[in-house]
Design a protein around this ligand. Structure first.
Ligand SMILES: [Zn+2]
Length: 494
């Protein structure tokens, strides 16, 4: 099975079994939006709950937050998200990394200068490259490099320069660029009902900023002490170009972010970083049940990393379209809090109760896309055996834990007994009921939504008080006494 084929198969299964539908479909669809159907809603909810349980409820040093989706424009100026209005940006079509156009051009000239200065007359070569444009200044003392004067250059000229010099993407090494453009990454919201009297706000571009702007509130209103983390789950919005890899990158997406605040003089950031690294890996492998052979870490290069970050790692998953970022882990220093201090004019430092010193904490940020986790578990679980298609979902995240069938829908004794078993088990687990079609069809539909166990009430049940339990992964069947069913499921769903 080729990999591009695999994504198509998963997308088709998701549509036919109620995981994922294209957004606004009856009106012709709306690009890059998706609706989650009954199975998708359950799967997403299970992933979310596990994440919250693992990183918030199971830890005494992390608390939760649920901040507003609509937020003041100033927040996004401080965070740098609205910089796209002002800066000319260019996107790599191959890897979707986005760069400031002037940065990649000046880096290119700088590297070129460094290489060429060893053998040839660099200044001649470079003035050759840029024609008569006095874009590049070569200082007389040279050695250290060159200065560029690219800022404020018309965007058409930047586009031309990038294509003329065949500048390579610092992230993936290809040279396949969009045109250079200025754009608004965030969705503006006009508040107020009277036109002309409206004020501009934004749908949040990430959940992290809600945490930073509430940092002081949380410290003042709860008993937290450094080091501590604040976790948030929720939707964010970015007006991005996407590549159509299903729900991998969408303009509306759900994030799970933690900002872990600490005093850099008291804590070893590398140890905190390592702890989160272990936690993230463990969550994906143990809680979500994903094969660790499909995971890898990738460290950001100096060029790729934000200037304020000391270290950034991506946990990547082997999607049908290649290894892609699943979960980022970054040491962001005190950059965000100091930006908000600057833009808001508010003191965001806290007092160390021991030393009475003012501290602006540093943060480590693990940030994951919940929808990406969902695409990952679907990819990892997708299995074919001959004609049979089934999702080998970890029982913890499977939408239904079991399904109950009467062998025949028109035999009252079978239906009544099956109905009683169904009602009993429902007190404890989410259970599916199906009496349509034949047993084979019911198995097939439960297999495709990843239900771990199917329980059939047949004529023998009326005699021996036992049912047939069929295992999704092995398709093997065994007989279990009705009073033992709850225990059986509890034991097998662990
Ligand atoms: Zn690239």
């Amino acid at each position: 099975m080729s990999d591009s084929n695999l994504l198509e198969k998963i997308v088709a299964l998701c549509k036919r079994r109620g995981f994922i539908y294209p957004g606004s479909e009856i009106y012709g669809g709306l690009a890059n939006t998706y609706d989650y159907g009954p199975m998708g809603a359950e799967l997403l909810r299970n992933i979310r709950n596990l994440w919250w349980d693992y990183f918030v409820h199971k830890r005494e040093d992390i608390v939760g937050l649920d901040a507003s989706l609509i937020s003041a424009a100033k927040i996004w100026e401080a965070s740098g998200h609205t910089a796209g209005f002002a800066d000319a940006m260019v996107d790599c079509k191959n890897c979707q990394a986005r760069f400031r156009a002037d940065h990649i051009i000046s880096d290119f000239f700088l590297n070129f200068y460094r290489l060429s200065s060893k053998s040839k007359d660099a200044s001649e070569l470079i003035s050759d490259m840029v024609g008569n444009n006095p874009l590049i200044i070569i200082p007389s003392d040279d050695k250290k490099g060159i200065e560029t004067k690219l800022e404020g250059l018309p965007i058409e000229q930047l586009t031309k320069l990038i294509s003329k010099e065949k500048i390579l993407c610092p992230n993936c090494g290809k040279s396949d660029w969009t045109e250079v453009r200025k754009f608004n990454l965030l969705f503006p919201v006009n508040l107020g009902i009277v036109e002309g009297d409206q004020s501009l706000a934004y749908l949040r571009g990430e959940t992290a900023q809600g945490i930073f702007i509430n940092f002081k509130n949380i410290v003042d209103s709860t008993r937290v002490r450094l080091p501590f983390g604040v976790a948030q789950l929720g939707k964010s919005f970015r007006n991005e170009i996407t590549l159509g890899n299903s729900i991998f990158r969408t303009i509306e997406f759900e994030q799970g972010e933690i900002e872990y605040f600490f005093d850099p003089e008291k804590e070893d950031w590398q140890k905190l970083f390592e702890d989160f690294k272990k936690g993230m890996w463990n969550f994906v492998v143990s809680s979500l049940g994903v094969k660790d052979s499909n995971l890898r870490w990738r460290e950001h290069s100096d060029q790729e990393r934000s200037f304020y970050s000391k270290k950034t790692l991506d946990l990547e998953y082997n999607f049908p379209f290649g290894y892609k970022e699943l979960w980022g882990l970054a040491y962001r220093t005190d950059y965000d809090l100091s930006q908000h201090q600057k833009f808001s004019g508010k003191d965001l430092t806290i007092l160390d109760p021991e030393t009475n010193k003012k501290i602006l904490p540093h943060v480590i940020e693990p940030a994951v896309g919940i929808n990406r986790l969902m695409l990952m578990v679907l990819t990892d679980a997708y299995s074919e055996e001959g004609e049979r298609i089934f999702l080998k979902l970890n029982p913890k995240i499977a939408p239904y834990k079991a399904a109950v069938f009467p062998l025949l829908a028109n035999k009252e004794e079978l239906v009544n007994l099956a109905r009683k078993i169904y009602e009993d088990l429902r007190k404890e687990f989410l259970i599916a009921w199906d009496d349509r079609g034949n047993i084979g069809k019911r198995y097939a539909s439960q297999d495709e939504i990843g239900t771990p166990y199917c329980i059939t009430v047949d004529f023998d049940t009326l005699k021996d008080d036992s049912v047939t339990i069929r295992d999704r992964n092995s398709a093997k069947q065994e007989r279990v006494k009705i009073p033992d069913l709850t225990n059986y499921l509890q034991e097998h769903l662990k």
